[in-house]
Design a protein. Sequence first.
Length: 225
Amino acid sequence: MKENCILIVDDEARMRKLIKDFLMAKGYNILEAEDGEKALQVFEENANKIELILLDVMMPKLDGWSVLRQIRQESKVPIIMLTARGEEQDELFGFELGVDEYISKPFSPKILVARVEAILKRTTKDTSQIKDYAGIEIDKEGRCVKIDGKAIELSLREYELLIYLIENENIALSRDKILNNVWNYDYYGDSRTIDSHIKKIRHKLGKKGKYIKTMRGVGYKFEVK
């Protein structure tokens, strides 16, 4: 049985029960909240054990975006946004705020569980190897990135994208290849989401952001020169 604790935030009781039943069948511990204010309260009380949040966008009192902003001020816990709105611009907005995954309703509970398991697997990789790439220090066990010894804040998706680029150093990677390997599922949105993530990563890397090269007509490459 798994020990991972997941917080489900949705104002629809039937939706919470549906998700809860599927996740509990896989052995996950579940916490629930029916609105944004309750979500923040539950998170504050259980921050040390919550390893992933399923967060609805449209809710009373505080919507999902507001909850997301407040949680991101203090935590990098993986967050999957659930929404009935499937517009591309909403997805880009969510990624800008630090969303790790974005699923539009209606969705298959089995697919949702698969994505939850994929994220948790990636965030709990068992490796103690720490590598340094020209001042960019990667600690996979702690999922921590430091620039010249100073830790920087990266969302899960930003972290995974940076790792993928670094582990394929000096290789030109197409946007399609990046989507297939980092997003890890068939992504039907615009590839601009990659450009948005790259822009944020470069900014956070500061002067070392120059190591992420734009390959015109192709995609991106991590190259230290």
